[in-house]
Design a protein around this ligand. Structure first.
Ligand SMILES: CC(C)(COP(=O)(O)OP(=O)(O)OC[C@H]1O[C@@H](n2cnc3c(N)ncnc32)[C@H](O)[C@@H]1OP(=O)(O)O)[C@@H](O)C(=O)NCCC(=O)NCCS
Length: 160
């Protein structure tokens, strides 16, 4: 499946919330309850917060918010914080039916292009230790487990 990867704009905010909700329910089934997930989406993916973040990502260079589009519809998104020499992958979520089609790989490589231009030498992320799909994807894409923080693994990828 070929997805078009481009910077997100505010008109996709509602689509993004839907992708996040579906992806969270699929990813964390058996890990978090439905109530927990709904609360998380309501709070962390509130329309207001996302509008701020998307707007900021379009005007300031420290935040990169990418969308993956299939037939003009949002199938997934990625948010990365890019600092001077390092980056933190904050969010990477696809709708369940679009997983396993290399869209995640394409989002990551687009972000890595930007990281390279900015001279980033390592990217870190936190992934839930029971999120097997996520962990397996990151291991296959060059990340290594570097530590543990509560329920999460800290993973790191170094660049030349
Ligand atoms: C993690 C994620 C972004 C990867 O993107 P993707 O486009 O699905 O992955 P790719 O097709 O590029 O890579 C494939 C690898 O990812 C893993 N993977 C992806 N989708 C999977 C699925 N549905 N079931 C099992 N493993 C899967 C496997 O390791 C797979 O390797 P394989 O082809 O050798 O089996 C995506 O699966 C997703 O959104 N998952 C749910 C949300 C999530 O876990 N996000 C990370 C939170 S930190």
């Amino acid at each position: 499946m070929v997805a078009v990867i481009r910077k997100l704009s505010v008109e996709y905010v509602d689509a993004l919330i839907e992708v996040a909700r579906e992806s969270w329910k699929w990813t964390y089934a058996g890990i978090y309850s439905d109530e927990y997930i709904e609360r998380w989406i309501r709070e962390k993916y509130s329309r207001e917060k996302l509008l701020n973040e998307i707007t900021r990502s379009r005007s300031e260079s420290d935040l990169l918010f990418l969308g993956a589009f299939v037939d003009l519809k949002l199938s997934g998104f990625m948010e990365v914080k890019i600092k001077k020499y390092n980056a933190e992958l904050l969010r990477l979520y696809l709708k369940p039916e679009y997983t396993h089609m290399k869209i995640g790989r394409d989002l990551l490589s687009e972000a890595e292009k930007v990281m390279k231009e900015r001279g980033v030498s390592e990217c870190t992320l936190y992934v839930h230790s029971q999120n097997e799909v996520g962990i397996s994807f990151y291991l296959k894409n060059g990340f290594k487990v570097k530590g543990r923080d509560g329920n999460d693994f800290l993973m790191v990828k170094k660049y030349e």
